[in-house]
Design a protein. Structure first.
Length: 403
């Protein structure tokens, strides 16, 4: 195995993932990813005629996001018909998994140039549109392995860890403040690709839409718990599996959980051979990439052990990491991961996260990777680790290092 280099990263702004209310809701998801491909080509970051494959993460692969959205996005971008595309699903980790698969291809020597990332239009293809419950409706599996909605899992983590409503709201407030500062200072500018109307070329959205700079502790504290009603059905299942919880405290709200979003992102991955032959200038290399399973009912506790696995593979410790991107699916996930790893919170999600900016499921992993890379360069730092929780009890992590 040789090195996988990161040549460039690009993403759309994240739009509100609600029909009619989201600015990107009028844009077909194929077009979202196609516009990222087009931007990378126009920058000179990738020569489409040299691309061996395009790998796209997408969670709800049905309707407009069905029929292999990767291949259709390649065609929508006007790239050569010889360029192939494949679509993968690892729930919230799909975009990062697509990058892993692309990196494996170039590191193995089987490929020289891969574009990998993800897309999700939650306004046009809502979560759950594929019709499958968390366990796929398999009654036999349900008898053996209990699973509950992710919001219940997040509240279970908060209960077991003793996180208060004030603590999870503080994570949300920090996310909003950091994201607002990042937008104001143009920290996302290098990767950001304005979305245009495919027919007229007019700019539809050129900045992240979900950020609320006016967020206050008082406003967050006034929000009602989001999962208390679900708890009437699922709390007994969670407490039966974790009797030490005694009763679930419902602390997660719309304000301290990730927002529904539309968006797309991609990175360009190149082999050592490609870099040597073309003179391409890598921005970073991938030092480690891992996945790990965890108990499926509590579901969201895998980021810490997955990060530890990645650090071992890289020959590093948590102290060696300059920046952390821990996906803010729910505030308790970030708090639990930081506590478990002993990470300095000042190095975590320094430009905000999914609570403030939104979580377009299949795209988020690739977005986080690009955000980490841009911030490493802005700070003159060296290493970053991206970690994400995943439905069904999984984690995914990637360590990158600037070159």
């Amino acid at each position: 195995m040789t090195t996988s280099y990161l040549i460039d990263a690009a993403r759309t702004p994240r739009g509100r993932g609600k029909p009619a209310k989201g600015t990107l809701s009028g844009i077909h998801p194929q077009e979202l990813f196609a516009q990222v491909l087009g931007a990378l080509a126009r920058r000179g970051s990738v020569d489409p005629t040299r691309v061996d494959d395009v790998v796209v993460g997408c969670v709800s692969q049905v309707n407009e996001q069905g029929a292999n959205i990767a291949r259709n996005a390649v065609l929508a971008a006007g790239w050569p018909i010889e360029v192939t595309g494949t679509t993968v699903n690892r729930f919230c980790g799909s975009g990062l998994q697509a990058v892993h698969f692309g990196a494996m291809g170039v590191a193995s020597g089987a490929m020289d140039l891969v574009v990998a990332g993800g897309v999700e239009s939650m306004s046009r293809v809502p979560m759950g549109s594929d019709g499958g419950a968390q366990d796929g409706g398999n009654e036999r599996l349900r008898e053996r392995v209990h699973q509950v909605p992710q919001g219940i899992s997040a509240d279970l983590i908060a209960t077991l860890e003793g996180f208060s409503r004030a603590e999870v709201d503080e994570v949300a407030l920090a996310s909003q403040r950091h994201a607002a500062r990042a937008v104001e200072e143009g920290r996302f500018a290098r990767s950001l690709v304005p979305v245009r109307d495919p027919r007229t070329g007019a700019i539809v959205l050129d900045r992240d839409e979900l950020v609320r700079p006016d967020t206050t502790r008082e406003g967050l504290g006034a929000l009602a718990p989001s999962f208390a009603a679900l708890g009437e059905t699922f709390d007994p299942i969670a407490v039966a599996a974790y009797p030490q919880a005694k009763a679930i405290r419902h602390v997660h709200t719309a304000g301290n959980s990730s927002g529904l979003a539309d968006g797309a992102a991609a990175v360009v991955l190149a082999s050592e051979r490609y870099v040597r032959e073309t003179g391409a200038r890598p921005r970073a290399r991938i030092r480690a990439m891992t996945t790990l399973g965890s108990e499926p009912l509590i579901m969201l506790t895998a980021p810490a052990p997955t990060a530890e696995k990645a650090l071992r593979a890289a020959g590093m410790t948590a102290r060696d990491v300059d920046l952390w991107e821990i996906n803010e699916a729910f505030a308790a996930v970030v708090l639990q991961t930081v506590r478990k790893l002993g990470v300095d919170p000042e190095r975590v999600n320094v430009n905000g996260g999914a609570i403030a900016l939104g979580h377009p499921l299949g795209a988020t992993g690739a977005i986080l990777l690009g955000t980490a890379l841009d911030e490493l360069e802005r700070r003159g730092a060296q290493t970053a680790l991206v970690a994400m929780c995943i439905g069904g009890g999984q984690g995914i992590a990637t360590v990158i290092e600037r070159v």
